[in-house]
Each structure stands twice: as structure tokens, then as C-alpha cells.
Ligand binder design. Structure first.
Ligand SMILES: Cc1ncc(COP(=O)(O)O)c(C=O)c1O
Length: 389
């Protein structure tokens, strides 16, 4: 049987078009500087730094990288933990969070999430550290919902456990109110500040940013005052530099970010109130402040059977959906490496009925209505029903 053609795509990236890129591409042509910390990369870092500093009211540092996955890996390496340290990670996140921990030479400890806000919280981390002896945690601003950096700073100070926040999808929502917690953002094409590929690290600790920057350039020392000759390898890094072309896209995205964020917020509210009006209490949502520039739209349908029913309906009608962040991290192939798994009952429950609905800036009211109609039909099923025929 032929599959129904897609009528409602899952996600359409909102990347600046060629007219928005043109002024930046002209500057690249003139400067003939294409990578290796060029002027556009520096300008992007300076503009981001200003944005984060004006929110935080303190000095912060921004270092661009070629993607957030390498950003998380290099930030972990910059913490200088002993090789093979145990590092907490929430069970519900994109696979990049765990691959970055493994690539940094550490052992992931998969921990549970809060049943309401779907985040790894300091309370859950405290119990997980006690159970596992973890020395660090990569906590995630899941689906763009921000983590509280002050709470994590307090946790880090009291426990000695080092914290890195993976805020890949949380630009505009995740801020730094504590300079001792490094935060990593993604500029992947699907994010709200797209560069095609790209990422950056924000922290109040200049030495972390300097080390990430050095390791993004193989580990070559470029600091005449460091005690190691300039041009010598002084740490073991990789090539994770952001090119001038990606910086051009990032800068053009930043020029238009506030307008785009507003469109995303309005869409989120319109879509959500449509579903709340038609399906009311049957749906549950991630609690906490709505993201400033949402790029995904997830909801829990109340049971696994309802989700299966909804997926079948959507396939029949050409509506694309995604079980975001599934399978849970510890349910992938054992070959990914050594992993410690703590009990994750809340993550299992969320994963059982979570579904990502189509979400993109120019989704039409008719498309939203067709998604809402399918949701309505599925949640009219008895949630205790175990199987869908
Ligand atoms: C939670 C999370 N972490 C990390 C990443 C990886 O980001 P990048 O594609 O920039 O490497 C993503 C990308 O979607 C993500 O959602």
C-alpha cells in the first residue's frame, strides 16, 4: 500500500534566505577569511555575549563551535575530570547528550526526570549522585524549557558535582544567572537561532571558554603568556571551529531572531489553546514557563494505546509526528558503550505517551485543525485500553 503523501510536515527549518545572507557573504569575499576565528565569528560571539550579559548583569564569555555535540564534549573535557568519571544524564534527551559524555572519555549514568517538567532537577540529581557516585552531570533544558542556573550553582557548590547545561534547543529561554555553570547552545538548522550547523558555549569562567576555544582548534596554544610556545599542542583537542559561512548564517538569524521568536510564541499559544479547548483535561503538557522561541511541540496523550491510535490516524492523513527523544537513552544498542542505569520510572511513563506534533512558523490554521481533529479522536479512546486494532 502506498503511504499517504505528507500534508502536514513535522518541522520546516526557518533559516535566513540568500538576501539576508548577502551582506555577510560580501564581507567574507572582501576579507577572504573563511575560518579559524574570523571576523564574522568574532562578531557573532560579541553580539551573543552582549545579549547574555545584559540579561545576567555580569561578565560572561561566549565561544562558538561547529555544533553543540562537540561543544558539550569539549566543555566536559575543560572541567579536567579524571578519565572514566561517572556523569549523570537524564534518560529523556537527544542522543547527542550521551555521545558527548562518552566521547569526552566518561561513563554516563542515566537518571530519571521530574514527572511534571520532564527535567533532571537538583533533587533528582542529589539522589542519583548518592546512588552512583557521579562526579558531574550534563543536565538538559529539555524541549527548550530552561534550567535554573542559580539552583544548579548551589547544588554544584554543596556537592562538588560539576554541572554542564545542554541547552541545545533553549536559546532565548535559557539564561545564565550563575557564572559558574557553563551552558551549551545549538545553532543546528532546526533550532531558533540557526546557522545550518553550529553551537556556542556561554560561561562566566574565562578559563573554561579559553580551553574550549583551544580544543576546538586541535589543542594548539595561541596564547603567548601561557608558558607553552605559541603553535605547540598544549591539550588534546579536535577541529570544532565555526566557519565564517556558518557565522554569516548565525548573524543573519540573530538579526531577525526577535521577530521570529514572537511568531513562534504566538503559534505555540494559539496551537495549545486550540488543543486545550478541544481536548481539555485529557492532555498533559511539560510544566514551567513556555519557551521563548519553541521549535518543537510535545504533548502527552494519556496512554500508549492512544498514542498508537493517533500515529495510525496521522499516517493515514499524511500528518508527520515524531516520538522525540525515544527510545530513552538506555534503550539504544549496548554497543554504544558502558552505561550505568538508575531507576527511571518517570521517564518511562513520559516516554510511553509523549508525541511531537507538527510545528513550524508558517503552519496554517487548517493544518493545525487537522492535527487537533486527530488528537481529539485519539483522546476519546478510553486511556485504559491496552491495544489498538
Ligand atoms: C538536547 C540536545 N542536545 C544536543 C543536541 C545536538 O546539537 P547539535 O546538532 O548542534 O550537535 C541537540 C540537537 O537537537 C539536542 O536537542
Amino acid at each position: 500500500m502506498n503511504a499517504t503523501p505528507i500534508q502536514v510536515p513535522l518541522l520546516i527549518p526557518a533559516v535566513p534566505d540568500r538576501s539576508a545572507l548577502w551582506p555577510y557573504l560580501e564581507r567574507i569575499d572582501e576579507a577572504r577569511h573563511y575560518t579559524n576565528f574570523g571576523p564574522l565569528v568574532k562578531e557573532l560571539e560579541a553580539r551573543l555575549q552582549q545579549r547574555f550579559e545584559s540579561h545576567a548583569g555580569m561578565q560572561l564569555h561566549v565561544t562558538t563551535v561547529s555544533n553543540a555535540t562537540l561543544g558539550i564534549e569539549l566543555t566536559l573535557k575543560a572541567l579536567n575530570l579524571p578519565a572514566g568519571s561517572l556523569v549523570l544524564v537524564p534518560a529523556l534527551t537527544f542522543v547527542a547528550t550521551i555521545t558527548a559524555i562518552i566521547s569526552a572519555g566518561h561513563i554516563p549514568v542515566v537518571a530519571d526526570i521530574d514527572p511534571d517538567n520532564w527535567l533532571l532537577t537538583p533533587e533528582i540529581a542529589a539522589a542519583a549522585v548518592k546512588a552512583s557516585g557521579a562526579r558531574a552531570a550534563v543536565v538538559v533544558a529539555t524541549f527548550g524549557h530552561p534550567q535554573n542556573t542559580r539552583d544548579w550553582s548551589e547544588f554544584q557548590r554543596q556537592s562538588g558535582v560539576r554541572i554542564v547545561i545542554d541547552a541545545a534547543a533553549a536559546f532565548g529561554s535559557q539564561w545564565l544567572d550563575a557564572g559558574d555553570i557553563p551552558v551549551v547552545f545549538s545553532m543546528h538548522a532546526t533550532k531558533s537561532l540557526p546557522a545550518g550547523e553550529g553551537g556556542f558555549i556561554v560561561s562566566g569562567d574565562a578559563s573554561i571558554n579559553a580551553l574550549v576555544c583551544q580544543m576546538s582548534n586541535f589543542g594548539i596554544n595561541l596564547d603567548p603568556h601561557s608558558g607553552v610556545p605559541v603553535g605547540y599542542l598544549s591539550s588534546s583537542g579536535t577541529n570544532a571551529k565555526l566557519s565564517e559561512f556558518h557565522a554569516a548564517v548565525g548573524l543573519a538569524s540573530l538579526d531577525n531572531w526577535d521577530q521570529q521568536a514572537l511568531l513562534r510564541q504566538r503559534l505555540y499559544q494559539r496551537y495549545r489553546s486550540n488543543l486545550e479547548q478541544s481536548c481539555g483535561e485529557e492532555l498533559s503538557w511539560q510544566t514551567g514557563p513556555a519557551p521563548s522561541a519553541p521549535t518543537t511541540f510535545c504533548v502527552r496523550l494519556g496512554s500508549e494505546a492512544r498514542r498508537t491510535h493517533f500515529e495510525i490516524l496521522c499516517r493515514e492523513q499524511g500528518i508527520a509526528t515524531r516520538r522525540w527523544y525515544q527510545p530513552l537513552l538506555h534503550r539504544h544498542a549496548p554497543e554504544i558503550g558502558k552505561i550505568v542505569v538508575l531507576p527511571t520510572p518517570h521517564a518511562e511513563a513520559v516516554a510511553a505517551d509523549l508525541i511531537g506534533l507538527p510545528f513550524f512558523i508558517d503552519i496554517s490554521d487548517a493544518q493545525i485543525a487537522s492535527v487537533a481533529a486527530a488528537v481529539r479522536r485519539s483522546v476519546s479512546l478510553n486511556p485504559l485500553l491496552q491495544h489498538v486494532t
